[in-house]
Design a protein around this ligand. Structure first.
Ligand SMILES: O=P(O)(O)OC[C@H]1O[C@](O)(CO)[C@@H](O)[C@@H]1O
Length: 450
């Protein structure tokens, strides 16, 4: 069976083997800290063993409830923000038909998944309410804390909508809550109302939660095989156990990221040639941004879609400030081939491509871009995915989680907390007049008035 692989051969003008191997001892120490649970953030390591140690009873219940939602709903609305929706959306959008909602009805074999509670836009919410009118809807509200403002507002609105449409009792049977096992406002409400509930384990943070019920329920409802997804993650778990970075691609990638960072490459650009990976890059941005961006340190995670963005951001990558490195995530086969045909009239001058597939052309674009960017002093790393399937996406997610944990430890930060996120929340609560924030409100309003 092929694997997801990591290749740094196109960065050799910028880093050498010796520099990477200099990280060996440190990587082995970080590996021990991670696996023995002695490092920073060690109360959030539940994700590490998850692929081979998940709750089978809950997994079976996810499959059962997903089937029920598939039978009684046209649409599942996932209410959540950050790690509480990005993982599910990343997997679903990478594997589902690009234009799923526009497919003829007979080809839509599973409910459509829509996302709410990841912004505070009334336009967005109203637009969503417009399209669900006359459709059968279930809701999966996902919040580990149960108190995050954006999903709480959205849930209040969609709960009312469900109750108006179905009546209170039936509405309850269409709401699924994924939250803390014991505490929090959402857990309390779920108990009172009798919603079917799923658990965000105490020791798994939001951005590491895609392989728990947080990701698995919506993914299963969308018709994606979650057993294959978990199998991919399980194989990645086994493949990425060696403490030696020369035998462990996740650790090699982590060491290279840190080497480049220490040479002033402070921005990593996730570059994909497959539009359906857009939400994988969004998930990746949260994973690495929240994990590493702290204590005045961290690589800034940015993402581009190629070749689309070669006609916008390509100029900057080629020629702008030289603080970037690029990690190309490449899908080897699309499984949906298109071959260019020869035309008698060669008005568009494309006959030289006759007989060539778009996969081939896309790959040549990748190679040409990689050489151009390398010439432009942008070190190029590559992650190759054999094909887009649940198995390889599961493998990729776990690969990134392992890389991120070790990369954070190498950087000397706690990759499992996110203290910086509180600053905006406190200010927003104060400005909105939330009880308990009176002093801050006065101080902020004074500043705003100048
Ligand atoms: O699941 P919750 O508690 O609503 O949190 C959602 C997101 O908010 C954060 O806590 C902070 O933005 C993320 O880490 C998390 O993924």
């Amino acid at each position: 069976m092929k694997r997801v692989t990591f290749d740094w051969s196109n960065a050799k003008d910028y880093i050498n083997l010796q520099e990477i191997q200099a990280y060996s001892e440190k990587v082995e120490k970080c590996h021990a800290e991670l696996h023995e649970g002695t490092g920073q953030g060690n109360d959030f390591l539940g994700w590490l063993e998850l692929p081979q140690k998940y709750n089978q009873e809950e997994f079976n219940r996810i499959l059962k409830e997903a089937k029920r939602i598939q039978e009684n709903s046209d649409i599942l609305i996932v209410v959540g923000i950050g790690g509480s929706y990005l993982g599910a959306r990343a997997v679903i959008e990478s594997l589902q038909h690009t234009f799923y909602s526009l497919l003829p009805k007979e080809k839509r074999t599973a409910p459509q998944i829509l996302y709410l509670g990841n912004n505070i836009s009334s336009r967005y919410i109203n637009d969503l309410l417009d399209v669900i009118i006359d459709r059968d809807v279930s809701v999966n509200v996902i919040s580990k804390s149960g108190t995050t403002t954006e999903p709480a507002i959205a849930f209040r609105i969609i709960k009312d909508w469900l109750e108006n449409k179905y009546g209170k009792e039936i509405a309850k049977s269409r709401i699924y809550a994924t939250t803390d096992q014991q505490k929090g406002a959402l857990k309390q409400l779920a108990n009172e109302e009798g919603y079917e509930t799923f658990v965000v384990p105490d020791d798994v943070g939001g951005r590491y939660s895609v392989l728990t019920a947080v990701g698995l329920l919506p993914i299963a409802v969308s018709g994606i095989n979650i057993e294959e997804l978990m199998q991919g993650a399980k194989d990645a778990y086994a493949d990425l156990l060696a403490p030696n970075l020369m035998k462990n691609d996740a650790y090699l990638y982590a060491a290279i990221r840190n080497t480049l960072y220490n040479k002033g490459k402070t921005i990593e650009v996730f570059a994909s040639y497959e539009p359906s990976l857009t939400y994988i890059s969004e998930w990746w941005k949260q994973l690495f941004g929240e994990s590493e961006g702290k204590d005045g340190k961290g690589i800034f995670p940015a993402a581009v879609n190629f070749t689309t963005d070669l006609h916008s951001m390509g100029q900057y990558v080629q020629d702008g400030l030289r603080n970037l490195f690029e990690t190309v995530v490449y899908v080897e086969t699309s499984n949906r081939e298109i071959v260019i045909e020869a035309k008698e009239q060669d008005a568009d001058e494309l006959n030289y491509l006759a007989g060539k597939s778009l996969d081939f052309i896309n790959y040549k674009a990748l190679q040409g871009t990689m050489l151009a960017h390398t010439d432009g002093h942008v070190p190029n790393l590559t992650i190759m995915i054999p094909e887009l399937s649940p198995y390889y996406i599961g493998y990729l997610l776990y690969f990134y989680q392992k890389t991120c944990a070790i990369s954070g430890y190498l950087l000397g930060v706690n990759p499992f907390d996110q203290p910086g996120v509180e600053a905006y929340k406190k200010n927003m609560f104060a400005l909105l007049g939330k009880p308990g924030y009176e002093d801050r409100k006065a101080e902020l309003e004074k500043r705003l008035k100048g």
